[in-house]
Design a protein around this ligand. Structure first.
Ligand SMILES: Nc1ncnc2c1ncn2[C@@H]1O[C@H](COP(=O)(O)OP(=O)(O)OP(=O)(O)O)[C@@H](O)[C@H]1O
Length: 309
């Protein structure tokens, strides 16, 4: 196990930021931590990195306890935070090289790793620029480069693509996937369900410091009763017809807005057929049909009663 967090409790006076929180991250996984603002993500990160003391529980990295001065452990970890932590007085090249030299002693290796990382993130054309001259997307790529240049075995990412343009987002997301393919273990902390869904092999959902659900995205989606969301373009529907639709078998919710009927159905076969049969029998004209499987937001909503935000 790469990360093992057991019954972690962290309080700030009366606020319980982590409430008997458990997490297991296996080697080679991308483990996503998904939770809204204030759910305890940053606190968890600080505790794992040994930057904050906690009240109860234990945290082990590769079976060892991490402290502020656990240098041997820290050199195997790369961290990329939401806020850029680069030096304004160093160029892009110098920043990446500096972060590498913190963990890699051999000067030739530092050069080699720096060059490799610059190519990996497509930063060749910007090596002489100072951070102030970089676009937000390039700055994100620079931060990411500084976090991975020493080839850590564990990469901890906190909202790593927040504020980046689509091109830089894709570049970073592809790099994360590639690092995983090369065997890096990744903890991906975010409020964004799409990023988590796209990358994670395993997901932990966090609500008020508690791990409310853990598993693969398929397992999480199977935990809830919602099976699918069917949207049908319908030009008009009476209240009576809406009521009848809401009483069809398996239907758990209906909405009609902007000429679109949305029917939420529990897991089961033929939900779409049942609805279309109803519309046809009543000779109600309809247009485009879209069926969607539950999203991680639906899972979060059903378990906590709140949206991810
Ligand atoms: N230094 C602090 N003193 C008091 N309360 C704090 C402190 N840091 C965090 N908290 C509280 O602890 C809880 C968890 O906060 P935390 O920042 O870990 O959540 P988060 O999920 O990272 O949120 P965000 O995405 O907004 O950063 C929140 O209720 C927050 O207000």
């Amino acid at each position: 196990m790469v990360i093992e967090v057991k019954n972690l409790v962290k309080r700030y006076d009366r606020i319980i930021a982590l409430d008997y929180f458990n997490l297991m991250v296996k080697e080679g996984q991308i483990h996503g931590i998904l939770g809204p603002a204030g759910s305890g993500k940053t606190t968890l990160l600080d505790c794992i990195l040994g930057l904050k003391k906690y009240d109860k529980g234990s945290i082990l990295l590769w079976g060892k306890k991490m402290d502020r001065d656990s240098y041997e452990l820290k050199k195997d970890i790369g961290v990329v935070l939401e806020e850029e932590a680069v030096f304004e007085e160093l160029t892009l090249y110098e920043n990446i090289s500096y972060f590498c030299s913190l963990y890699v002693g051999d000067k030739q290796k530092v050069k080699e790793f720096t060059k490799e990382t610059i190519e990996f993130l497509g930063l060749e054309d910007f090596i002489k620029l100072y951070p102030k001259k970089l676009s937000p997307g390039l700055l994100r790529r620079l931060s990411f480069a500084c976090g991975i240049v020493h080839k850590p075995k564990l990469l901890i990412l906190d909202e790593p693509i927040e504020g980046a343009d689509p091109h830089s987002r894709k570049k970073i997301m592809d790099s994360i996937q590639e690092l995983k393919n090369r065997g890096t273990t990744i903890l991906y902390i975010s409020q964004n369900m799409d990023e988590i869904e796209q990358l994670s092999t395993e997901i932990t959902m966090l609500d008020r410091g508690r791990a409310i659900a853990q598993g693969t995205k398929e397992e999480l989606k199977n935990m809830i009763s919602l099976g699918e969301k069917i949207s049908v373009e319908v030009y008009s529907l009476s209240e009576e017809q809406m009521k009848e639709i809401s009483q069809l078998p398996n239907v758990s919710g209906t909405e009609y807005d902007n000429r679109t009927l949305i029917m939420k159905a529990k897991k089961g076969r033929n939900n779409l057929m049942t609805l279309l049969d109803y519309l046809q029998e009543r000779k109600i004209p309809f247009g485009r049909i879209i069926t969607e499987m539950p999203t991680l937001d639906d899972v979060y909503l059903e378990i906590t009663g709140k949206e991810l935000g």
